[in-house]
Design a protein around this ligand. Structure first.
Ligand SMILES: *[C@@H]1O[C@H](CO)[C@@H](O)[C@H](O)[C@H]1NC(C)=O
Ligand SMILES: *[C@@H]1O[C@H](CO)[C@@H](O)[C@H](O)[C@H]1NC(C)=O
Ligand SMILES: *[C@@H]1O[C@H](CO)[C@@H](O)[C@H](O)[C@H]1NC(C)=O
Ligand SMILES: *[C@@H]1O[C@H](CO)[C@@H](O)[C@H](O)[C@H]1NC(C)=O
Ligand SMILES: *[C@@H]1O[C@H](CO)[C@@H](O)[C@H](O)[C@H]1NC(C)=O
Ligand SMILES: CC(=O)N[C@H]1CO[C@H](CO)[C@@H](O)[C@@H]1O
Ligand SMILES: [Ca+2]
Length: 390
């Protein structure tokens, strides 16, 4: 989608759009820059992560092992051998291109040490704040785990908090009442729940996914089909807790107990019990504090391309010599352009400082200032919205 398409659609006001940081407008004084809130497009974030497994040697195939199907102990044709490419199941195969047949997947070694728990931590790190924009979806090649926890970190892995608990029996596993995301309300949106929805055994063969429902939570403010994003953006603007809830630097999938099927664990054939994940989906955008419309991956590192005279990986401070007013996060409001809250040059170093300040105050109130230039910004309505969430 190109960024400057003329359109005759009223969806603009409903959605808001924040994909351009500035544009030229005509004022009585001629051409001038107008600044607005901006954010990078949402994208597939699994391309930019680093994955760490704990224990580190938990991946199958060293030594080679034969696995049996959970539902049929006589069907033992799943061989894992780390030294053979076709039979190896390294962690990268959780993030490769899907749609291939057969699927590619990471697999753990089996539950050889039963009854000692078979536990694996899979940590995904971006070394950058990310705002989630869509459901996190894990697709299991094995049965879905009987117990697992999805955790998040906002401080590069120093501290962790749970996002969601998953179990076949929430009370038994975590002493939590089972709930589903659809039971959440605006008031309980930030509650951490345990769900039994994604842990049913092999009987539910067709559904192999485990989700963390971002969109269902968005919908509490934006409506069932997210048609009123303006309302969500308004909430995000005023509630830091809500913004932080959807922001991460790392995710951790704590696999606590593999699928065992409906029966007791068959101690004579532990090759039936293991974890295997074929795909992990994480959609999001770089957090740039509404001061950048793109984010680049350079030398293995994600960083916002900051505008508005801001700088830093998240555009979270003013550039040198631009502390004319304190740094501030951009604002989604007023819909649809938001407020840029640009960092100004230190007073005295710019001759046109006063004029700039006047434009900014006009922008932040959304009302043309009395003595400032009257802004004829009709050209804005000709901008196409590019990042409508699907
Ligand atoms: C996984 O991480 C937790 C901390 O959240 C730690 O206590 C546990 O030992 C780790 N498990 C494994 C198998 O490394
Ligand atoms: C992983 O390594 C540790 C220590 O080297 C060892 O005790 C453990 O048995 C290994 N686990 C597997 C599954 O190979
Ligand atoms: C699991 O059961 C199958 C079928 O009885 C058998 O071929 C296989 O050797 C068993 N595996 C183990 C580890 O006992
Ligand atoms: C994380 O990013 C910071 C800069 O934002 C960099 O200094 C650091 O080396 C990076 N750490 C890793 C492990 O890549
Ligand atoms: C930086 O701020 C000055 C006003 O203080 C403005 O004229 C200039 O366009 C800004 N630069 C950017 C890249 O936003
Ligand atoms: C690019 C563009 O469409 N510019 C137009 C913006 O609006 C003024 C009048 O308001 C036109 O003169 C420009 O051509
Ligand atoms: Ca895969």
């Amino acid at each position: 989608c190109s960024r400057l398409v003329v359109l005759t659609c009223s969806c603009l006001t409903a959605w808001g759009h924040y994909d351009v940081c500035k544009s030229q407008i005509y004022t009585e004084d001629g051409l001038a820059w107008d600044y607005m809130a901006c954010q990078p497009e949402a994208t597939d974030m699994t391309k930019y992560l680093r994955v760490t497994l704990d224990p580190p040697n938990i991946t199958c195939g060293d030594p080679p092992e034969m696995y049996c199907a959970l539902e049929n102990p006589y069907m033992c044709n799943n061989e894992c051998d780390a030294s053979t490419e076709e039979l190896a199941h390294p962690p990268e195969l959780m993030f490769d291109f899907e749609g291939r047949n057969p699927t590619t997947f990471w697999q753990s070694s089996s539950w050889r040490k039963y009854p000692k728990p078979l536990q694996v931590n899979i940590t995904l790190s971006w070394n950058k704040s990310i705002e989630l924009t869509d459901d996190i979806v894990l697709t299991f090649e094995s049965g879905r785990p009987e117990q697992m926890v999805l955790e998040k970190s906002l401080d590069f892995g120093r501290t962790w908090t749970p996002y969601q608990f998953y179990a076949t029996d929430c009370l038994d596993a975590f002493t939590m009442e089972p709930k589903t995301a659809s039971e959440l309300t605006q008031l309980t949106l930030l509650d951490i729940i345990c769900t039994e929805e994604y842990s049913r055994g092999y009987v539910w063969k067709n559904d192999k996914t485990v989700r963390f429902e971002i969109k269902e939570r968005f919908a509490l403010f934006a409506g069932p089909r997210l048609h009123n994003m303006a309302s969500l953006y308004g909430q995000l603007d005023t509630t830091k807790k809500l913004r932080d809830f959807f922001t991460i630097t790392d995710l951790r999938i704590k696999l606590l107990k593999p699928a065992t099927g409906a029966t007791m664990v068959d101690e004579n054939n532990l090759s039936r019990y293991f974890y295997a994940i074929s795909d992990v989906k994480v959609q999001g955008r770089c957090k740039c504090n509404l001061h950048a419309n793109s984010c680049v991956f350079d030398k293995g590192r994600l960083g916002c391309e900051c505008e508005h005279n801001t700088t830093g990986p998240d555009c979270s401070r003013c550039k040198k010599h631009y502390h004319g007013r304190a740094w501030s996060v951009g604002s989604y409001l007023p819909i649809p352009k938001g407020t840029a809250n640009i960092c100004d040059e230190v007073k005295g170093s710019a001759s046109d400082g006063a004029a700039v300040t006047r434009t900014v105050s006009a922008l932040s109130t959304g009302i043309p200032s009395m003595n400032g230039p009257v802004r004829k910004s009709l050209n804005f309505s000709a901008r196409m919205l590019c990042d409508v969430p699907q």
